[in-house]
Structure formats: C-alpha cells, structure tokens
Design a protein around this ligand. Structure first.
Ligand SMILES: [Zn+2]
Length: 205
C-alpha cells in the first residue's frame, strides 16, 4: 500500500485513515475496497463488511469533528460520503462485481444490453405477446405471465449460482478471463432482471 505525507505533521507514515503520529484524519482513499480496509475480492463476508461499515461510520461521523480544523471537517464529510457509497456498492454481489470490472478497466463495467440472448428469443417473443394481451385487457394472459415470471426467476437463480462459482475462481487466480465471463453473465442477469421487472409491473394488482 502506498504511503504519503500527513497533511498536518508532514511525517511519511499516514497509510490509514488517521495519521499514527498526530492522529489527524487524512484525505480519504477513493477505492472502495481499500477504504473499507479490505483486499479487492468478489466474495465478501457480509457480516464482516457490515461490522466495518458501522465502526467506520462512528469514527468518521462529522459530529466528531465539530471542533476540528477545516481540513479535517472537509475530509470527514468526504470520507462519510465515500463510506456510504462503498457500503452500498460492496454489500450487493452484483454491484460489487460491476465495481470490480470498472476498477479493472472494463469500459463502463456492464452495458445495458437490449439485445435478446438467442436462446431466449422464443420465450421473450411469447412473453411480449402475453404482455400485450394483458395490457389490452385480456386477463386470460395472467397465468402465462405468472409461469413466465417463475421461469425467469429460475434463470436468474442459475445465473447467480454461476456467478458465485466465477467469483471464487477469480479470487483464487485473479485471471482476467474470469472477469470477461463475469461481465457476460452480468449482462445476461440484467436482461433477465428487466424482463422480471416488466412482468411484475403488469401483474401488480
Ligand atoms: Zn500527522
């Protein structure tokens, strides 16, 4: 981990949030994993992440810096904002992987893919027909849509299981090819999720 000089006392030892010589709050790191004190990994222990979030929230709370210098006040605000974004991003396995892809230089992380995966063409076609019927007032289409929802939720579960295996493989090897595969699955997952949301919107009473 790179070190820098403390903005307050100038000593070259400020690697953590607070300088270990003068205890001044340092400019917060932008990297979500490092900020949380974690190695960049796709499989994270949710309980551990939450524990770190709460303890950092307390340490960085702007109320604790009421009487601090303007620099520390500013850093505590910045750090609190980063902390909240980091926690929100890292606690969800999908947004965590999207973040990792971005950090590893995959342009835009995941694309919002509107193209139908070829193996789903027929099902998506049937689904759109049923959606049209329901929108047109034909409630006979409801059972078909309910079945479609179950089917797509099942596909989403399959994607999630495959993702979990790839996360483990990537953490163990740091092989970029695994990230390429993960990106493909995240695109597929997003496509499926959009279908599920669309069906649920129409089925909502
Ligand atoms: Zn210092």
């Amino acid at each position: 981990m790179e070190s820098h000089n403390c903005w307050h006392c100038g000593k070259q030892a400020a690697e953590s949030l607070f300088c270990r010589y003068c205890n001044s709050l340092q400019r917060p790191k932008q990297d979500y994993f490092r900020f949380m004190g974690l190695e960049p990994r796709l499989n994270l222990d949710a309980a551990e992440l939450q524990k770190r979030f709460y303890s950092l929230s307390r340490l960085l709370h702007p109320d604790r810096f009421n009487r601090a210098s303007a620099t520390e006040k500013q850093y505590s605000l910045e750090a609190t904002a980063i902390l909240n974004d980091a926690y929100r991003t890292l606690r969800d396995p999908v947004t965590r992987a999207e973040y990792m892809l971005q950090e590893e230089g995959f342009e835009n992380g995941v694309h919002n893919n509107k193209e139908v995966p070829p193996e789903l063409l027929e099902e998506v076609f049937d689904l759109n027909m049923a959606l049209e019927e329901l929108r047109g007032g034909d409630h006979g289409a409801r059972p078909q849509l309910e079945r479609a929802r179950e089917r797509f939720l099942g596909l989403r579960r399959e994607v999630d299981e495959s993702l979990k295996k790839l996360y483990t493989a990537y953490d163990a090897t740091k092989d970029r090819q695994r990230l390429v595969e993960i990106r493909g699955l995240l695109n597929r997952r997003r496509y499926i999720q959009n279908l599920v949301s669309e069906v649920e919107k129409e089925l909502a009473p």
